[in-house]
Design a protein around this ligand. Structure first.
Ligand SMILES: [Zn+2]
Length: 355
């Protein structure tokens, strides 16, 4: 039995997916991360001359960054990203290593293609991936083959060192978005032990196929028959809301943010580089200061002296809008840091002291 550990540069793979889509002739192409480890392991089995049953994927780790301190308009987008990372861990048993990326109040994704996107530098992801590969290479019997799903040239020294430690290296990459050395058929630098696996050759096997299913919308605001055909799959423990209801929530929330004057891009200069810690793990405590009935939003006065905006959708189950009372003590996480003259935004709100 050969042990394979898979190390995925998630940020790079996400950026490279449109190139795969273009190759596949489907711009909306998405990778099925549930299948990815198995499909790659089968290629490694083939390359080693063993059968698929003789290759054991002992661990798959995805390294990526997660936005912090972003514009509140992107909350849904970021929630989707976080839900994706949770899905990798819960449904497919990936390990995920996520590093904060500070957007300084800017949009994660610009509203129109004419807008210049704010591109904060990604920190730690490549060094974390290289460190993990080397760490396990130095542990006896942790793995026989490191399968690196990467494109960046920066990994070359680590890959070569792993081979010097007596472990083997396989590389899977995207032809359109990788360092020349990974495609070099002669492998002059000695970065790998097998032919490079090109994800572009495996698109049929890797495509994520959504099949719409009949599901019941659980929103109280739903209009008409709650049984709808939708390809959205709620996560474990998550309620299913139909497309129309998801859109309605978004509009409501944007309107509330607008009214609270929190939608402008905060100028980068007045937002701290490092988010201020609350009690050490990003969790803050405060009390409800003001509630806007009928609009389902309000403000929390944080114990740190700052105010935080929140909307009914920021409450964590079982807490609901109707439970909210002025003065009620709450724990919350900061979605957007306050500035000198503006409230911040709170999320994951729960009753103080509850888990
Ligand atoms: Zn609905």
């Amino acid at each position: 039995m050969i042990k394979v550990m898979i190390f995925i540069d998630g940020s790079w793979l996400y950026r490279s997916t449109p190139a795969l889509g273009a190759r596949f002739g489907k711009p909306e192409f998405r990778i099925d991360y549930g299948k990815l480890p198995r499909v790659l392991a089968a290629r490694v089995a083939e390359a080693t001359g063993l059968g698929p049953k003789d290759v054991d994927v002992v661990r798959t780790t995805l390294f990526a960054s997660k936005p912090v301190n972003y514009n509140p308009r992107d909350e849904e987008l970021v929630a989707k990203q976080m839900s994706f990372f949770n899905m990798l861990a819960e449904d497919y048993h990936y390990e995920t290593e996520l590093y904060d990326i500070n957007f300084r109040g800017s949009r994660v994704k610009p509203e129109s293609s004419r807008e210049e996107p704010f591109r904060p530098t990604e920190k730690c992801v490549d060094v974390a991936l290289a460190s993990a590969m080397l760490y396990y290479a130095a542990i006896p019997n942790a793995y026989d083959i490191a399968l690196a799903v990467v494109g960046d040239r920066d990994y070359i020294p680590a890959l070569r060192t792993i081979r010097r430690l007596g472990r083997r290296v396989a590389i899977a990459t995207v032809e359109e978005n990788c360092a020349r050395e990974y495609k070099d058929p002669v492998d002059r630098l000695g970065v790998r032990d097998f032919d490079t696996i090109l994800l572009g050759d495996l698109l049929d096997e890797l495509e994520l196929v959504y099949e719409p299913q009949w599901q019941t919308c659980e929103s109280e605001l739903h209009e008409g028959d709650p049984l709808v055909l939708d390809s959205y799959r709620p996560r474990k423990g998550e309620k299913f809301f139909c497309d129309a209801c998801r859109r309605k929530f978004r509009e409501q929330k944007d309107a509330a943010l607008e009214e609270a004057g929190l939608l402008d891009n905060a100028p980068a200069a007045i937002v701290d580089e490092q988010p201020k810690p609350g009690n050490g793990n990003g969790c803050h405590t405060g009390a409800v200061k003001h509630l806007v009935e009928g609009k389902a939003y309000g403000f929390i006065a944080g114990e740190n002296g700052h105010d935080y905006f929140f909307h009914a959708t920021d409450l964590e189950s079982p807490l609901v809008w109707n439970d909210m009372r002025v003065g009620m003590r709450l724990d919350f996480e900061v979605k957007k840091e306050p500035t000198v003259d503006r409230a911040g935004a709170a999320g994951n709100i729960r009753i103080h002291g509850s888990l």
